[in-house]
Design a protein around this ligand. Structure first.
Ligand code: FAD
Length: 528
């Protein structure tokens, strides 16, 4: 589908008429494309960088109701999120997994523990599932022996979920493309096309892939911007004021051996009282997030700064003092930028996280919200576009957001049973082809990671990789989960990926240089 040569095939179709153009290939754009495809619309998605290269690969990896939103009285957002979490847990098996959370209370916390107890009752009522329990300090330490015992009063256990955000985005996109739509990465919507009436009717798109530089005019009655933190950049082309505030959230990533958690832990930061999470994910543990104004140029890779790193380390030291965690233990870092409507509040965390939908001279912008609620956002956006679409779009809430998986038995005898569901969840209907494409020994994990060599080969062959960072940071998450961005495995990565990608030695050298620099500035512990 995204085999070698697919970009040229896609590019050749751009000047044909479309029903809908979606700008932005994060989870929001992917969700819209998926639902539009299901409705039989001729839909095109344009992504300036790689799919999910924006915030949708840089989240805290939680599919959650968001207890914090309840604290801000955002009940509607929590209700929607809880119901979407339940749906994704059902439909996204192998990709969206339940995860236990602990919420300890310490003497001197900014918010007393009983407040969360009330929140959790509401949380469970919204999910129609009783999933939380209270523990005293000893009970909590049995569940998490590395937790601080000093001042520990007790706390709650509850269930949320976790996912691989970039893989979720890729799976939704691929299901849309399998359904007949086109999704093109490294294709920037540079400017908006307008009719004489001033209404937006298309975009000028520029190919950002190496050596390309071509442009095309693409037209459709509906242009939907799902450009996240970049949304103002398109909106202001129509003459309106900037309305969004960009907030950066950063994470420190520790190897499991240094921060061994089997459940996520949410602790109120001792300095600010903001909840900070430690989340076990893909064999590592993430600590995050911060919430600070991002004033840097969005063309640059966002990166954690030293103040954020100290803030997160202070939480790690407070919550897990016996581990004596320091920057020397940090494997990698990750920073993402969200868009919120700017109301000018001094505390960024008080700005609403609910998504917004604006229709300005025919440009529909949908931004904000959460990874968890992408399907809801897609429905709202398509509902708003309805009057300009060529046919009625039946937005059926009962239809699954993800296609059903092939049965696990189709991999029997080929794949270790423990790996089956994981591969199916990440690759959906394409899993049997991925397994068939594997060379002997490639269904083994890449040492130190949960990803297999077979996935690396498949991604290089079929998943629209344009740069090496697409492969190592997003199709597989080696850049976040292995020391030095996974470069210790470079020889075997090259043996598999270079021929699949059709790169000569010069291109390979350029890609390695690009990856090293990108990892150093955006993901390495010294990025701060
Ligand atoms: C630190 C942090 C942690 C989070 N954790 C969670 C979590 O645990 N759970 C959860 O549910 N939510 C979480 N969120 C929220 C969630 O990650 C975001 O809401 C979601 O990823 C936004 O997706 P998006 O598609 O709207 O934006 P993005 O993923 O940023 O996608 C927008 C895309 O548009 C592209 N683009 C921009 N301009 C153009 C153009 N002119 N032409 C073409 N393409 C363009 C960009 O390259 C980008 O890829 C978190 C957010 C942050 C910041």
């Amino acid at each position: 589908m995204w085999h070698r040569g697919w970009r040229d095939e896609a590019w050749a179709q751009l000047d044909s008429p479309w029903d809908l153009i979606v700008i932005g290939g994060g989870i929001t754009g992917a969700g819209i494309l998926r639902e539009a495809t299901r409705a039989g619309l001729r839909a095109l998605l344009l992504e300036a960088g790689d799919f999910a290269s924006g915030t949708s690969s840089r989240s805290s990896k939680m599919v959650h109701g968001g207890l914090r939103y309840l604290a801000n009285a955002q009940v509607k957002l929590t209700m929607e999120s809880v119901s979407e979490r339940e749906r994704l847990l059902r439909e996204g098996r192998g990709l969206v997994s339940p995860l236990g959370f602990l919420m300890p209370s310490f003497r001197g916390d900014h918010t007393p523990g009983w407040v969360f107890g009330v929140g959790l009752i509401l949380y469970d009522m919204l999910a129609l599932r009783w999933g939380h329990a209270h523990y005293d300090a000893r009970g909590l330490l049995e569940l998490c022996p590395v937790l601080a015992d000093q001042g520990l009063l007790g706390g709650y256990r509850f269930i949320d979920a976790t996912t691989d955000d970039a893989r979720l985005t890729t799976r939704v996109l691929r299901e849309a493309v399998n359904g007949g739509s086109i999704a093109l990465n490294y294709a920037r919507a540079e400017s908006l096309l307008t009719r004489q009436t001033g209404q937006v009717c298309g975009v000028v798109v520029r190919d950002q892939a190496p050596g390309a530089g071509r442009t095309a005019e693409v037209r459709a009655p509906v242009v939907l911007s799902a450009t996240g933190a970049w949304a103002d950049d398109l909106r202001v082309q129509l003459g309106g004021p900037r309305r969004l505030r960009r907030l950066r959230g950063s994470h420190l990533i520790f190897p499991f051996s240094r921060l061994p958690l089997t459940r996520a832990v949410s602790v109120l930061h001792p300095a600010t009282g903001r909840p900070v999470f430690a989340v076990p994910w893909e064999g590592v543990t993430l600590i995050g997030t911060t919430d600070v104004d991002h004033t840097e140029d969005l063309a640059l890779e966002p990166a954690i700064d030293s103040t954020e790193a100290s803030f997160l380390l202070a939480m790690a030291t407070f919550a897990f003092p016996s581990l004596e965690l320091g920057m020397k233990d940090v494997l990698a870092t990750q920073a993402g930028v969200r868009a919120v409507v700017n109301t000018g509040r001094s505390d960024p965390s008080k700005e609403s996280r609910e998504y917004v939908l604006w229709d300005e001279r025919g440009l529909l912008t949908v931004t904000g919200g959460k990874l968890t609620t992408f399907r809801r956002m897609a429905h709202s956006a398509l509902r708003a576009a309805q009057s300009r679409l060529p046919r009625h779009v039946p937005l059926d809430n009962r239809l699954p957001v993800l296609d059903p998986l092939p049965p696990e038995r189709c991999l029997e005898g080929h794949v270790d049973p423990a790996l089956c569901l994981r591969l199916l969840g990440r690759h959906g209907a394409e899993t049997p082809m991925l397994v068939e494409a594997a060379e002997p020994g490639e269904l083994q994990p890449i040492e130190g990671s949960l990803f297999t060599w077979a996935e690396l080969r498949w991604a290089a062959r079929e998943e629209g990789v344009v740069h090496l960072d697409d492969l190592l940071l997003r199709r597989l998450r080696l850049g976040l989960t292995l020391p030095e961005g996974g470069l210790a495995h470079l020889d075997r990565i090259r043996t598999i990926a270079q021929p699949e990608l059709g790169w000569d030695d010069e291109r390979w050298t350029q890609e390695i240089e690009r990856y090293r620099e990108l990892w150093r500035t955006g993901y390495s512990p010294s990025a701060s």
